[in-house]
Design a protein around this ligand. Structure first.
Ligand code: SAM
Ligand code: DTB
Ligand code: SF4
Length: 349
């Protein structure tokens, strides 16, 4: 198994990987994983919803869409100081990346300076910064980059042919356009999707095909398991076989060998054994902290125990004052303890 970076994946090739006996698929994915990463290292990100609910979009999975009655109250954009306090807590708990999410179709230009202040403040703490704010114009993407943003999360969510069954208020092409603006601004991309929405295995392969055949593989690929929230159209969807989730992670790892594959939403419902299989299949990133945006995530003590039990270490973030800023280091020095301070930068300025 080679780790060649390809952008010409055919659906049938990916489907053939899905169809392999599970031990063979895991073996191949684990081989690709260790060719590119230390398989004992996991990148750790913390999420904060800086503007919750009241969203005009109709994403069928989302508790924050105004039109569904899910009990999520709409809030205004948080104050910068409140956001920075949460980022400080996340850093103290051991996170290396802080991701700020807003329930917007797209930000208004007047919101950008406020979000830029949050980004600059988080960046100044020595954390990697990520934001997910909906569709972006080229100018907005540049402004966020100038504020110190490292990553922008914008998901394709599912295969092109299933997309219209889930979302009607914006098109697949709109998502591809935002991703282009984000790449053009020099931001790193975080782009993945959701499984367990009633899609077929072929459509899961179709999502991975769309992701891997983007002009550049996303730097981070979140694989979310649908969190079913009462009041959303997708609540009540038949649950996905957990081994199918593992297969999704494994094929993502093979198709995008050097990307961080994130075991994202849905971990609260997973046992340690299933998460261990996902790490074996090549997942090397998680969301860490009690909450995702509006739904639950395992608490930090549970994740610290999981890392100890599996012998995993958080990927370190090299901190430095050099002009290359902060960065996660695969295969670099690592902490033995999830909450230990990050090591100093050893790179030349
Ligand atoms: N409003 C922005 C947008 O849609 O791009 C940013 C926030 S939105 C909540 C970010 C992503 O969260 C969605 O693209 C979707 O993949 C994921 N997500 C939302 N609700 C989810 C759920 N119930 N289960 C799993 N993933 C979910
Ligand atoms: C992503 O792919 N998953 C995260 C993050 N990007 C923003 C969000 C998951 C949200 C799960 C539902 C909620 O908590 O509201
Ligand atoms: Fe709005 Fe984003 Fe939720 Fe869609 S996923 S309803 S755009 S917050």
């Amino acid at each position: 198994m080679t780790s060649e970076i390809r952008h010409d994946w055919r659906r049938e090739e990916l489907l053939a990987l899905f169809d392999l006996p599970l031990p063979e698929l895991l073996f191949r994915a684990a081989a690709v994983h260790r060719e590119n990463f230390d398989p004992a290292e996991v990148q750790v990100s913390t999420l904060l919803s800086v503007k919750t609910g009241g969203c005009p979009e109709d994403c069928g999975y989302c508790p924050q869409a105004q039109r569904y009655h899910t009990g999520v109250d709409a809030t205004k954009l948080m104050d910068t100081e409140q956001v920075l306090a949460k980022a400080r807590q996340a850093k103290a708990a051991g996170a290396s990346r802080f991701c700020m999410g807003a329930a917007w179709r797209s930000p208004k230009d007047r919101d950008i300076p406020k979000v830029a202040a949050m980004i600059a403040g988080v960046k100044a703490m020595g954390l990697e910064t990520c934001a997910t704010l909906g569709m972006l114009s080229p100018g907005q993407a540049h402004a966020l980059r100038d504020a110190g943003l490292d990553y922008y999360n914008h998901n394709l969510d599912t295969a092109p042919e299933f997309y219209g069954d889930v979302i009607r208020t914006r098109q697949y092409q709109d998502r591809l356009d935002t991703l282009e603006h984000v790449r053009d601004a020099g931001l790193k991309t975080c782009c993945g999707g959701i499984v367990g929405m009633g899609e077929t295995r072929e459509q899961r392969a179709g999502l991975l095909q769309a992701l891997a055949n983007l002009p550049a593989h996303p730097d981070s690929v979140p694989i979310n398991q649908l969190v079913q929230v009462a009041g959303t159209p997708l609540a009540g969807t038949e649950a996905l076989d957990p081994f199918e989730f593992v297969r999704m992670v494994a094929v993502a790892r093979i198709a995008m060998p050097r990307s961080m594959v994130r075991l994202s939403a849905g971990r609260e419902q997973m046992g340690d054994e299933l998460q261990a299989l996902c790490f074996l299949a090549g997942a090397n990133s998680i969301f860490y902290g009690e909450k995702l945006l509006t739904t639950g995530n395992p608490d930090t003590e549970r994740d610290q125990a999981l890392f100890a039990r599996l012998g995993l270490r958080p990927m370190s973030l090299v901190q430095c004052d050099h002009d290359h800023g902060t960065e996660s280091v695969a295969g670099g020095t690592v902490h033995a303890d999830i909450t230990a301070p990050a090591p100093a930068c050893e790179r030349a300025a």
